[in-house]
Ligand binder design. Sequence first.
Ligand code: PRX
Length: 651
Amino acid sequence: MTDSGIENLLKEERLFPPSQAFASTATGTADLYEEAERDFVGYWTRQAKERLTWFKEPTEGLDDSNAPFFTWFADGELNISYNCLDRHLDQGGDKIAYHWVGEPGDTRTITYQELSDEVNKFANGLRSLGVEKGDRVAIYMGMVPELPIAMLACSRIGAPHSVIFGGFSADSIVDRVNDQGAKLLITCDGAWRRGTVVPLKDNCDTAMEGTPSIEHCIVVDRTHSDVSMEQGRDIWWHELVADQSTDCDPEVMNAEDLLYILYTSGTTAKPKGIMHTTGGYLTGAATTHALVFDIKPDTDVYWCAADIGWVTGHTYIVYGPLTNHTTSVMYEGTPDFPDKDRLWSIVEEYNVSIFYTAPTAIRAFMKWGVEFPDGYDLSSLRLLGTVGEPINPAAWMWYRDHIGPVDAPIVDTWWQTETGCIMISPLPGVTATKPGSATKALPGISADVVDIEGNSVPLGSGGFLTITKPWPSMLRSIYGDDERYVSTYWSRYPGVYFPGDGAKIDEDGYLWILGRVDDVMNISGHRISTMEVESALVSHDAVAEAAVVGATDDLTGQAIAAFVTLRGTFEESDDLHEELRNHVATKIGAIAKPKSIIFTPDLPKTRSGKIMRRLLRDISDHRTLGDVTTLANAEIVQAIADQAEAQQAKE
Ligand code: PRX
């Protein structure tokens, strides 16, 4: 758990109520809290019926008879792509779904009608390859329009998709594809990143040597790279869709049919395949998208600057905005290419009114300097959002002062891959915000902060965040591992969902998220497990043992600090330091590269052999060392601390 949240809580007294003008037209109003308080199932059922188009309306709300395997709207039938596309076409087919901006500067404007045509053609293409309802499809792509098209096409034919972040390595693809037994893989020849091409198809080729379930690989020609295409297995996207019809009957799905699997890091080396189903997920996505972002579909240009490889992109680039008939911006590249003003030039050009990004990005903007946003007219912005990690008040205030007009509400949204949609956040026309606090649970969501025994803590104290009632877009299980689902989320406090975060509740009942309380790190708003990085390190010949902790980092929230013991014949060197960092990138992906590696003859351990990561965290954060009396090898701690200091001095 980081200290920054506690500091926020101690110091923060600023309160920013919504302006009168904003409140008077707000989509989300205070009475929603009362409605949901009276009958939370009734509230969600109303949202489900009003916001979605059902082939068969549900008569059931929540079924908790087999907890924690909850179901929502279980007798309802619908199709997600129908909700995102078909039902908008009569009145609004010409409306722009995506203003897409490519990193090299090319652009595409895609209307709802065009999106629908492309989705139908690709869905027919998938069917022609034998993909049927229930078959799993893995997707490993850059931020190109074909990515949402692929997801929607899968949802149209009832094939659950599993998007694998394009920054992950071939090994990560193998693990995820094999865990779910995916039948088909969709990729691009490459992805643009800071002017160079990330070789996505090459990574897939390496991965497919170890994924026997994959029958075909469909490849989008994005970068015109020279890639190898295996006859019979690999198919170009444009060739597959060339002769397909723009009509493809949507599969009638049960509300509880699987929509997607998205892998996220847990406390072991094996990522968890989080399962989201159809009716409840879309209800949560559409409702929170409309309320938290105050969506006015006729006038807003909305931009969630996340990657679709993470849950934020699933819910708030694809499913929420399209269900709500919103016009979005989608950008392919990084914020600093070709220069650090890229995002602001896009905001100005498309008159973006709602902008949603991560605190890490905001801290980078701060570091780069106000001259970049100051050079642009950002007056179209009327609401700002953040997600993924605690935001320090300084970054919050900078966001307010330099990006939005100062009276634009900032919504700090807490949620997880598992929750499917935003859980704790201001309602922008109702909630007075405090910099650094995600404020309160949304209508229909019940959150509490409890002590180790599960008792609610009094206002003004800290403890563990819990969600005390089921909600429609909750995960249904971990793919293939119901037991892990129960033990990870539902065992610490029986009957209550445990997200793994620490939190404080202040005198006004505002929630302050303090960070993870387990061995999961949060790097730039992305979850990485210490165990995953440790097992990547020990898979290198030179490494005997490794321990990894999240060290506090001004820019990325946390940074990966590794402590490594080498095998007998290996000697530490700068080259080996680099080699090990790159080895982790090869095993997992560049985001998991340790920032620092300290070589040590031993790791601090208890007498029973358990590594004391707490002490390594103290060392990484330059804190006074905690209690070492329970250690079997207390002397090693000071030796590591000295080495860390020497390494820092060298840098
Ligand atoms: O620790 C919390 C942090 O991110 C974790 C969820 O990570 P992930 O599943 O990758 O989803 C990220 C995007 C939804 C949480 O357990 N987190 C997320 N949002 C916030 C946050 N911490 C503080 N404030 C937030 N707004």
